[in-house]
Write a protein that binds this ligand. Sequence first.
Ligand code: KG4
Length: 337
Amino acid sequence: MSEIILGIESSCDDTSAAVIKDGYLLSNVLASQDVHKAYGGVIPELASRAHQVNIVPVVSEAITRAGIKAEDITAIAFTRGPGLLGSLLVGTSFAKGFAIGLDIPMIDVNHLQAHVLAHFVREPGVESHLPEFPFLCLLVSGGNSQIILVKSYKEMQVLGQTIDDAAGEALDKCAKVMGLPYPGGPVIDALAKEGNPDAFKFAKPRIGEFDFSFSGLKTSFLYTLRDAVAENPNFIEECKCDLCAAILHTVVDILAERLVKAAKHYRISDIAIGGGVAANSLLRERIAAEGEKRGWRTFIPERRFTTDNAAMIAVAGYYKYMNEEFSTLDAAPVARF
Ligand code: KG4
């Protein structure tokens, strides 16, 4: 009999549902929330309200696109955390109600582990290129920057992480002070292609072996802007592309240098990246180039599997299902583990 897992993701500002059958993705539906754009950042209360509006149509669309009926679903996987509590509450409560209604088990999923397991999303008719354990994953998003030693589907050891801002958060904040729209990461990605990365030099952190820090870089960026704008009020407008190129190259250098160090230290040559910032063109090119140079097998996911999505929740749920790791009705959302 086929195992059909419905995955539900609602940890931040994307409502997503996906259906996986025997490990293969049948549908992945996503509703992003534009409501936050006006505020330059995610407003938690607005996010949970938008999830409430979106969740039924998104789940129903995922079921329709998968060509199945609700009664065919074997189990429901949902993001339990980390994330925004109100947002998580919507997905968790929906999953509970739906699981009770269908009389099927529920599986709680750790959002960060799911980002790593996004590399195991297989699609019918598409040749799979899957990492082998143990592998390293650079997980970089708006809330996290980690280097993870992935020993199995559930055994993941964090080797290093940010001690302050996450990489995406630093890019978003730098974009904000330049007056660019939210989220700033993709805008910086595009503008950096037109700029000269050597036009400015920003501070790089000198901290623990595999850890990251981006707050010094952010401060150095702010000081550069403050001094230059005092002399030329049009500085930001005139130098936007160079500023974006310089900040992005510095962030990518910091990430790549630490990842290379970890790969050498642990003698691992299967190297993956994941999380929203893994959508970045320069980071993708840099990791691919390091891979060529060092003989790594690199795993760079399609962009739709880097940012928040339910396909990765369903796949993480599938492996937990196969291990009979179910959750109970008292499973509560968790903002931080
Ligand atoms: O994983 P994700 O979707 O969710 C959160 O962590 O909330 O990551 C979102 C982050 C944001 O900081 C966004 O600016 C960044 O990923 N991001 C990018 C790109 N696309 C998304 N950063 C750089 N270049 C991109 N193309």
